[in-house]
Design a protein around this ligand. Structure first.
Ligand SMILES: *Cc1c(COP(=O)(O)O)cnc(C)c1O
Length: 378
């Protein structure tokens, strides 16, 4: 079946108990056993039918054999990092999500796992930064908030040349969603999602997901999922499943609205620079055209007038809500240097204080442009 059909049906046949069309919220911690050890489900940290449906759904959407669900995107990321032992090295994009940077630097470095950061769009730099101890290469594309694009297939080739010492290629696919980009088909080993964003899509749930094909790796991660226990509640799984049913329709509108707004901003006299993979001026526009079905709903731009100008614009919008996070139906605006990326100030990940990030929602694009227009007239 094709993506739009899978988004609605994958992992969700009518419920066996009463034929419920929507997967029920199995709000239970334990399950009756027919005889000792004879039960499909025994304890809800280990497995829950609502979660099973979500795991099967994300696997189908990523073209994967296996899916795993977690209490948050960070819990999913943590589960992957638990594969490492002291002395192992992680090579990550030099503008990874702030929470990923923080867990690598403040949690995992303390237990002897090393991390370094590289420009993932520069293949020679990636090759030079690989160490004999590199176990994971951690890629975001598009990145946050600079919307840089890394060439997943080319990175898979670079790693493939390392034979048995080949590190796992992990792609955080949160910004693109599986509708726009399918990293496993491009050679990645593991896909990570903060389902809090586009998959949930309605700013009403925190959730994380993994998708992969390798059976042995799946067994290790599934063991860790249960052993650590950062699993999502059944209601949260239900909300993500419901969100995913409209993912394809929402993403089309996110992309169309963002393209219009990016082009409008690029022509605005108060805007110095627009970062959007759908603009031909974007340095990796050609790669984005190759590996993505559309360019997504995230735009960053630098406003003339520095930090103060960025603050003025962000506080003056009325349709765009001043808020962190992204990927919901409603448009959001934020200043990364003062908000989402405050924790990486004075680090190599620090961003231009005049940078504004938009999560373009699915409202009428004319209303969104009128709102930005009035906000830029301060
Ligand atoms: C939000 C986000 C995360 C973390 O996910 P949570 O659900 O907030 O824990 C990880 N990666 C990216 C790219 C994100 O945007």
């Amino acid at each position: 079946m094709r993506f739009d059909t899978l988004a609605i049906h994958a992992g969700q046949p009518p419920d066996p108990a009463y034929g419920a069309v929507m997967t029920p919220i199995y709000q239970t911690s334990t399950y009756a056993q027919k005889r000792i050890g004879e039960a499909e489900y025994d304890y809800a940290r280990t497995a829950n039918p609502t979660r099973t449906a979500l795991q099967a759904c994300i696997a189908a959407l990523e073209g994967a054999k296996y899916g795993l669900a977690f209490a948050s995107g960070m819990a999913a990321i943590d589960c992957v990092l638990r594969l490492l032992k002291p002395g192992d090295h992680v090579l990550a994009s030099n503008d990874v999500y702030g929470g990923t940077y923080r867990i690598l630097k403040r949690v995992y470095e303390a237990v002897g796992v090393e991390a370094s950061f590289v420009e993932m769009s520069d293949l020679a730099a990636v090759e030079a930064a690989l160490r004999p101890t590199t176990r994971l290469v951690w890629v975001e594309t598009p990145t946050n908030p600079l919307l840089k694009i890394a060439d997943i297939a080319a990175l898979a080739d670079v790693l493939g040349r390392r034979g048995a010492a080949r590190p796992l290629l992990v792609v955080d696919n949160t910004f693109a969603s599986p509708y726009l980009q399918q990293p496993l088909a491009l050679g990645a080993d593991l896909v990570v999602h903060s389902a809090t964003k586009y998959l949930g899509g309605h700013s009403d749930v925190v959730n994380g997901l993994l998708a992969l094909n390798d059976g042995e790796l799946f067994a290790q991660l599934k063991f860790l999922q249960n052993a650590i226990g950062a699993v999502p509640a059944p209601l949260d799984c239900f909300l993500v499943l419901r969100g995913i049913k409209t993912l394809h329709v929402r993403m089309e509108r996110h992309c169309a609205n963002a393209q219009r707004i990016a082009e409008w901003l690029a022509a605005h006299p108060r805007v110095e620079r627009v970062l959007y993979p759908g603009l031909p001026s974007h340095p990796q526009h050609a790669i984005a055209c190759r590996q993505m079905r559309g360019f997504g709903g995230m735009i960053s731009f630098v406003v003339r007038g520095g930090a103060e100008a960025a603050r003025q614009v962000a506080e003056r919008t009325r349709v765009f809500t001043l808020a962190e996070s992204l990927g919901g139906v409603e448009s959001l605006i934020e200043v990364p240097a003062a908000m989402t990326h405050l924790s990486v100030a004075n680090s190599p990940l620090a961003v231009d204080p005049a940078l504004i990030r938009l999560s373009v929602g699915i409202e009428d694009v004319e209303d969104l442009i009128a709102d930005l227009d009035q906000a830029l007239r301060y």
